[in-house]
Design a protein around this ligand. Structure first.
Ligand code: NAI
Length: 330
């Protein structure tokens, strides 16, 4: 058997971690015949709960799981890893402003960037899930200067999956028949879920749905606000679907995208589609040989242009706020 892929999951004792470690261990990401070594990081007060997660992983008797390393030490968690799911972050508490949350979490991702730089393989693929995901990914990369920038990404796949599911439900078709939904920009309420280039069974979604007002109105706001709707119903934030999306994201990165299809991920902008270079912007990407490239040349109408500008503006503001937090912490 091949040598194991070393995978780190941070926040492994949390909600998303609970579903995610099972999915990775089941072979859903790196392949059913690829062994994995799971490095599970959480904070010291969570070591008891993490031990329970380890007991359950053992009890799942997963053939792919070669070994499990629970730890509160980033030096151990990131040692020689091939892939990182950075889920661990401080949750938003009641009365907390978005800015306070950003300040708390940006510091975590600064420290983890430094630790990745020191201990991980230079080829490590890093997926940031913890919010604000796009800006956390940017900061993490900034503090890991010896790891290529292209190896950092932020998760908008849950939003893509939500968009795909909404279209499938509206048309009464299996979800797999809907392809090429795009999420542009930030994983926040300014994101732009765009199905102008999507198809259902090869037919343009706009033609199949035949209701432009819905596609440009309620469809977009439903996807943007879906996280809040799940919280209202479950009294807890999305976890199973977030873990599934994290697996989809890493699986696409590891195994590539099929010809003619693309997926959305937050990656460093090179200025494509008039976005601000350097922010972690969600784009449609093709992936081959574990390298992503932004899909070029998609026509952008005035409606889309306005949406891209709004979400890009928010990302620039977040970046500036995050940079001042980091500068103050020096
Ligand atoms: P949770 O609160 O259940 O779990 C978070 C875990 O992270 C906890 O076990 C906590 O102890 C741990 N943690 C905190 N600081 C840490 C640190 N410095 N190092 C390692 N572990 C640390 O939260 P949940 O529901 O699992 O969500 C995690 C994050 O994912 C949140 O920031 C949430 O907003 C975000 N999220 C992102 C989504 C996306 O689409 N990008 C979707 C859903 C959630």
């Amino acid at each position: 058997m091949a040598s194991p892929v070393k995978v780190c999951v941070t926040g492994a004792a949390g909600q998303i971690g609970y579903s995610l470690v099972y999915m990775i261990g089941s072979g859903a990401v790196f392949g059913p015949n690829t062994p994995v070594s799971l490095h599970l990081l959480d904070i010291p007060p969570m070591m008891g709960a993490l031990e329970g997660v380890c007991m359950e992983i053992a009890d799942c008797a997963l053939p792919c799981v070669r070994d499990v390393v629970p730890t509160a030490d980033p030096a151990v968690a990131f040692n020689d890893i091939d892939a990182a799911f950075l889920v661990g972050a401080m949750p938003r508490k009641e009365g907390m402003e978005r800015k306070d949350l950003l300040a708390a979490n940006v510091k975590i991702f600064k420290v983890q960037g430094e630790a990745l730089d020191k201990y991980a393989k230079k080829s490590v693929k890093v997926l940031v899930v913890g919010n604000p995901a796009n800006t956390n990914a940017l900061i993490c990369s900034q503090y890991a200067p010896t790891i290529p920038k292209e190896n950092f990404s932020a998760m908008t796949r849950l939003d893509q999956n939500r968009a795909q599911a909404q279209i499938a439900a509206r048309l009464g078709v299996p979800v797999a028949e809907v392809k090429n939904c795009i999420i542009w920009g930030n994983h926040s309420s300014t994101q732009f879920p765009d199905v102008r280039h999507a198809t259902v069974n090869g037919k343009p979604v706009y033609e199949a749905v035949n209701d432009d007002a819905w596609l440009m109105g309620d469809f977009i706001s439903t996807v943007q606000k879906r996280g809040g709707a799940v919280i209202a119903a479950r009294k807890l934030s999305s976890a199973m679907s977030a873990a599934k999306a994290a697996c989809d994201h890493m699986s696409s990165w590891w195994n590539g995208t099929p010809d003619g299809q693309f997926v959305s991920m937050g990656v460093f902008s090179d200025g494509s589609y008039d976005t601000a270079p350097g922010v972690m912007f969600s784009f449609p990407v093709h992936i081959k040989d574990r390298k992503w490239s932004i899909v070029q040349g998609l026509p952008i109408d005035d409606f889309a242009k306005g949406k891209l500008e709004a979400t890009g503006k928010e990302l620039c503001e977040e970046r500036d706020d995050a940079m001042s937090v980091c500068a103050a912490a020096q």
